[in-house]
Every structure is written in structure tokens, then in C-alpha cells.
Design a protein around this ligand. Structure first.
Ligand SMILES: *Cc1c(COP(=O)(O)O)cnc(C)c1O
Length: 388
């Protein structure tokens, strides 16, 4: 096994030898990725997006590790996530991206959180709350420059400066969000940058924030006060048409429960969707879609097909999935691995090495983001590094 230079801690109640899968999370790599992003951010403050349990790796572990690296500003999607972040980061700035839900202002105040306001209704509610309390509390305002999902329209944004409610609270951040920054040549990037610049210029004293992970790496970009990377922190490639500048943060190993020979013309798994054309050696792993490993990685075809389906690394060799991914099990074809190198109880790699989260996502017909955010609760989790 690899030699480790930092302590490993295991959380949760599942001992490794009882778990179907073991998730290895490298908090030193997380911190290193944050520093890499900061060094590419053109002098902007570098925040961290830790929504969805810090993209699956554990918000209570990720936030302190990022804080130690120097991160001061965190973004989550839900108020409940913000409260979890606050518990481990008493002094950090925490924004809630998904807007202000009616009646929640007192909770924001209680935990010293900042809403990201995305409509005039939300702005009015926050302003009214602040007026009532006699406190100019901080919030962000979100302008939608192309996603057509959340935030004020650009034309609404251009009228912001004339609204009386803006005097009742402090607009600490004006933000927007890229539609497809991972496509560096997409003309939408420039269109969004320009639309956002137009709104910014009407509120010149408000700090502005646009880039996500991929946006940080766009060639032509104005200066921003703050950048908001998520995916790249966790090892995803923010520049898909180039080598990944980030370190891997997540590794996933699965245990082999059984090995068997399957005769020619027999099928493997539910609905018999994979056919052995010759005698094949099949290893069955104790991980399935109930662990968050996508069923869309199922291998439907014949044993000699090159399928865009899931893959495991066994003793360093790529081994294709065989048949449908079940709720709790995955079958893989290990015929090409020397028999002595695949034994009951061994672990195989489902994420790690050449099997990056991006690649696992592609082979499941989705994106690495979804692989990370679905990382299941049945795994034993080991954390490396992160303790100051
Ligand atoms: C999720 C999110 C981010 C982070 O995006 P990545 O592509 O993961 O870097 C930034 N800003 C907003 C508004 C988001 O919702």
C-alpha cells in the first residue's frame, strides 16, 4: 500500500473490514487545491463552495481544512448546511446560495449567516427584517446573466441602485454564475462577463464575484473581489480540454465478496443484460447503486464489446463491469488478471489513479460532480491530513 506522511483518521462506526467500500479522502490535497486556485485567481479572495456536504466529502472535515489553508468565505446551498458549517467555523463568512426562504431571517441572524438575495421579494424581506432590528446586516445579491434560473434579471439589476431598500442592509457582494465556463471558447462566457460588468458599474463600491472553478481559468477576465470554486477543490478538472491542474481528493475502493467462473453463453446480473461469449472469471464487489455508484454505469452487451460503462482497477489493470449495477453489488470481468492477483477479500479501485472522478462520471453518462455528491453513507471513510 502507499506510504503515508500524514495521520489517517476513520470516522463513523463502520470498521474498514466490515465495509463494502472504503472512501479515502485526502484533506491535504483539498488544501493544496485551494492554494492552487488562489494562485490562479488574479489576486481575488478565494472562497470555497461547500454545498451538498462539501461535494460529498464531509462538510465538518472540509471546512476546517480549508480554513487552515486560509479560506475565510464559504458558500452553501441550504440554510441547514450553513448551520453545519457555522458549527465548525465560528468566525468565517458564510453565504447561502439558494435564496431567502420566507420567515427564515431570524435564523440567518442567530447564526450570523448571509443570504444570497435573488429577487426583489427577497430583498424586501431582508431589508424589512434589518429595519425592524435596527441592524444593517450583510447579504449578497445574485444577478442572473444567462442561466435563467436564480437571481435578478440584468434589467432588474440595472435598477438596483435606485431602490430604497438597499439602504437598510449592507450589500457585501454582487454575484452572478457562469452557464458553461468549462467550455473556454463558449461565447456565452464573454456575454455573461459583459452583462455582469454593466450591473457592477452601477454599484461600483460593492465587491463582485463571478467565477466558479472553471471561470478562474478563463483567459480573458476582469478583476473580481472574490472567486467561488467548488468542484476543482475536490479534484475535478476545471479545464476539461487540458491536463487537470488539481490533485485527487477522493479515492474509492470496493471489496471483492466472491469470485466465480461463468461459462460461455451465460449472462451476469439482473435481466441478463451481459453475455459471456467465452468462459469468464467474474468478481462480485460489495458496492452498488444504493452506495451512490450510478446504475447508469451498467455494462449491457457481450463480453468482447467495448462498452462505455463502469470500470474497476484490479492489481493496476482496468477491468470492465459485467451486467447491470445492482442495489448492493457490482460484477466485474477479471478474466485478464492473473488468478493469483484477484482473491476473495481483496479490494479493487473504483475511483483513483487513472480512474478519475471525471472519467467515472463520463462512463456513467453524467458528470463527476454527480459522482462526488452521491458518495454514499455506507462506506467506511478515512481522512488523511487536515489536522493542523
Ligand atoms: C455550485 C456553485 C459554484 C461552484 O461551482 P463549481 O463549478 O463547482 O466550481 C459557484 N457558484 C454558485 C452560485 C454555485 O451554485
Amino acid at each position: 500500500m502507499t506510504k503515508l506522511d500524514s495521520p489517517i483518521t476513520t470516522t463513523g462506526s463502520i470498521p474498514e473490514n466490515a465495509a463494502g467500500g472504503v472512501l479515502h479522502i485526502d484533506l491535504d490535497a483539498l488544501a493544496s487545491n485551494w492554494r492552487t486556485l488562489r494562485d490562479n485567481a488574479g489576486g481575488a479572495e478565494t472562497g470555497a463552495v461547500v454545498k451538498a456536504n462539501a461535494y460529498g466529502i464531509g462538510i465538518e472535515k472540509a471546512v476546517p481544512a480549508l480554513g487552515q489553508a486560509g479560506c475565510r468565505t464559504f458558500f452553501v446551498a441550504h440554510l441547514s448546511e450553513a448551520i453545519r458549517a457555522r458549527a465548525v467555523a465560528p468566525d468565517a463568512t458564510i453565504y447561502v446560495l439558494n435564496g431567502l426562504f420566507t420567515g427564515t431571517c431570524p435564523t440567518y441572524a442567530e447564526f450570523d449567516l448571509r443570504p444570497v438575495l435573488g429577487s426583489f421579494e427577497e430583498i424586501e424581506e431582508w431589508a424589512g427584517f434589518c429595519r425592524g432590528r435596527g441592524q444593517k446586516r450583510k447579504a449578497a445579491i445574485h444577478v442572473d446573466t444567462g442561466m435563467n434560473r436564480l437571481g435578478l434579471t440584468v434589467s432588474q439589476g440595472l435598477t438596483l441602485k435606485d431602490r430604497a431598500e438597499l439602504k437598510d442592509f449592507e450589500t457585501a457582494l454582487l454575484m452572478s454564475h457562469f452557464v458553461s465556463a468549462e467550455e473556454s471558447d463558449n461565447p456565452l462566457n464573454i456575454q455573461q462577463i459583459e452583462a455582469f460588468q454593466a450591473v457592477r458599474s452601477t454599484l461600483p463600491d460593492v465587491p463582485a464575484s463571478l467565477p466558479n472553478s472553471s471561470g478562474i481559468f478563463l483567459r480573458d477576465k476582469p478583476q473580481y473581489a472574490l472567486v467561488r470554486p467548488g468542484y476543482a477543490l475536490y479534484g475535478g478538472n476545471p479545464t476539461p480540454d487540458q491536463a487537470n491542474p488539481m490533485k485527487p481528493v477522493v479515492g474509492l475502493e470496493a471489496r471483492i465478496v466472491q469470485l466465480r467462473w461463468v461459462e460461455a453463453d451465460h449472462t451476469v446480473g439482473y435481466n441478463g443484460r451481459w453475455l459471456a461469449l467465452s468462459k469468464r472469471r467474474i468478481a462480485t464487489l460489495s458496492v452498488g447503486y444504493a452506495d451512490g455508484y450510478p446504475r447508469s454505469s451498467s455494462a449491457r452487451g457481450k463480453s468482447n464489446d467495448e462498452l462505455l460503462a463502469g470500470m474497476a482497477l484490479v492489481a493496476g489493470r482496468p477491468c470492465p463491469f459485467a451486467g447491470n449495477v445492482s442495489m448492493d453489488l457490482i460484477a466485474i470481468d477479471v478474466t485478464d488478471v492473473p488468478e493469483s492477483q484477484v482473491q476473495r477479500g481483496d479490494t479493487v479501485t473504483l475511483i483513483g489513479g487513472d480512474l478519475t472522478v471525471d472519467k467515472v462520471g463520463r462512463r456513467a453518462g453524467t458528470i463527476g460532480y454527480e459522482i462526488l455528491t452521491n458518495l454514499g453513507s455506507r462506506y467506511a471513510r478515512t481522512y488523511r491530513g487536515g489536522q493542523g
